[in-house]
Ligand binder design. Structure first.
Ligand code: ADP
Ligand code: ASP
Ligand code: MG
Length: 436
């Protein structure tokens, strides 16, 4: 059971989480995010330190500290529990204050980012102790790890978790941190923003859980981004492939990589609402149900690169050469389209853009468009159902579409538009594709 930032962001919500994990006696691992706002605040502290602005970093640390000093008093009632919480908070903020005095680097930044999940789980565990609810505190840094390519080491994670769990045959509640892990240098690292979902799915796969429950602040995966589009509705059932596409292409409710571990072990994933625990939410399984368009998602911060070469494109081996450039810089490609004279690809990681362009120029002229958005239309059998592409395109007559990717999978049609058209395009697709 994974609970996100808003689900633990207020003392009363943490109490609700306590109610939800004690509704039955089944054995469960409870994965918590940081309190909402905390990771953003920690990112801000790291940014101030990276700019060598210690004064601003200190201000931000104090502001966050003040938040926790109010939080724990509303969370806990007894003197002994409050004393424990005071100690936990003091320890973590002392750590942040010590960092102010030493020289800053990326490894320290990741240590800073880890404080949120450490604080939330320790405070929650203190609440369970105060209420005499038996539970085991399971430090994620003891078992969660990534390799030199930042990929989770599922086999190792599984061996470690299982061997730790063996020590507690009678216990049924285990509390651990989402998001944080160790890397191949044994430093503290993380699974990128929103990574607690990924932690939950990895842990579910590691122990071959019956179900992975992602508890959040909305009643399941909606058919469109509810932050942008007025009328959206929850989807009761999705296949792993559909959910993975939606997550990968921007549905913020799930971390982009959070489906594959559960899918690999065929473990159902449920998206549930902490604020409305009896709403049906979304169940994600291997089963494919329904036809036609099910949902849309949008991924921002996309850059399109076009390589034009009348001489070389049709020559065999050309695409390999182009792709090798991206491989060399460990930059993954999201969308590809080709014509006789050009190939366009999109990327979202711009760390090596300059080097990539320089090397691609050996094969043809290169054009780059930044600030693009991929809109993904996801459903079952889209590529085989008649008229669905025409229907999609009809919704977009007012907006220039830069790329279209269709037929790559049965579950996805992707379009690239300039970011300025994203909201209007999502709204228009919503009205045109779904019956209300
Ligand atoms: P948590 O802190 O629980 O991980 P997130 O904020 O990461 O929660 O994810 C939940 C949010 O994702 C929702 O509140 C909603 O605004 C946003 N969201 C974006 N796209 C979708 C979608 N297709 N369905 C549901 N929620 C979505
Ligand atoms: N706390 C982390 C974040 O805000 C991880 C998560 O919430 O899933 O990104
Ligand atoms: Mg999240």
């Amino acid at each position: 059971m994974k609970f996100g930032g808003t689900s633990v962001g207020k003392p009363e919500r943490m109490h609700q989480v306590k109610d939800l994990i004690t509704r039955d006696n089944q054995k469960k691992i409870v994965v918590l995010s940081a309190l909402s706002g905390t990771t953003n605040a920690l990112v801000g502290i790291g940014e101030a330190l990276a700019d060598a602005d210690k004064e601003l970093a200190k201000k931000r640390i104090d502001l966050l500290h003040a938040h926790y000093l109010i939080f724990y008093k509303d969370l806990l009632k007894s003197d002994s529990a409050r004393k424990k919480a005071e100690k936990i908070i003091a320890e973590h903020f002392e750590f942040l204050n010590i960092i102010l005095k030493i020289s800053f680097n990326e490894a320290i930044n990741r240590d800073i980012l880890a404080q949120g999940e450490l604080l939330s789980t320790k405070l929650f565990y203190t609440l369970l102790q105060e209420l005499d609810i038996p539970a085991v505190f399971l430090p994620a840094l003891d078992f969660m790890s990534i390799d030199e390519n930042h990929e989770p080491e599922l086999k190792k994670i599984s061996e470690k978790v299982k061997s730790i769990l063996k020590n507690y045959p009678e216990e049924s509640i285990f509390v651990t941190q989402g998001y944080i892990c160790k890397n191949h240098r044994n430093e503290v690292d993380n699974l990128k923003r929103g990574g607690s979902d990924y932690s939950a799915s990895l842990i579910g796969a590691a122990i071959n859980a019956e179900v992975v429950e992602i508890w959040t602040d909305i009643d399941g995966m909606h058919n469109n981004d509810p932050r942008i589009v007025d009328q959206t509705r929850p989807i009761a059932q999705l296949s792993f492939d559909e959910a993975a596409e939606l997550a990968y292409f921007g549905a913020k409710i799930l971390h982009p990589a959070s489906i594959w571990p559960a899918q690999q072990y065929n473990i159902p994933v449920k998206l549930l609402n902490t604020m409305e625990p009896d709403a049906i939410g979304t169940t994600i399984t291997a089963k494919e149900q329904g036809t036609g368009v099910k949902a849309l998602a949008a991924k921002d911060g996309i850059t399109a690169i076009k390589i034009k070469s009348s001489r070389m494109l049709l020559a065999y081996g050309f695409l390999r050469k182009v792709f090798e450039v991206f491989e060399k810089y460990k930059t993954s490609i999201d969308m590809i389209t080709t014509s006789e004279v050009a190939v366009s690809v999109t990327i979202d990681d711009l760390s090596h853009l300059k080097e990539i362009i320089r090397e691609l120029e050996a094969y043809g002229s290169v054009e780059v468009d930044q600030n693009q958005t991929i809109i993904s239309i996801v459903g079952n059998l889209i590529a085989e159902s008649k008229g669905s592409v025409a229907q999609i395109m009809n919704c977009l007559t007012d907006y220039p579409v830069r790329m279209v990717s269709y037929g790559g999978s049965r579950h996805n049609v992707s379009l690239l538009v300039d970011a300025q058209y994203k909201n209007a395009a999502l709204q228009s697709l919503n009205s045109g594709l779904f019956e209300w």
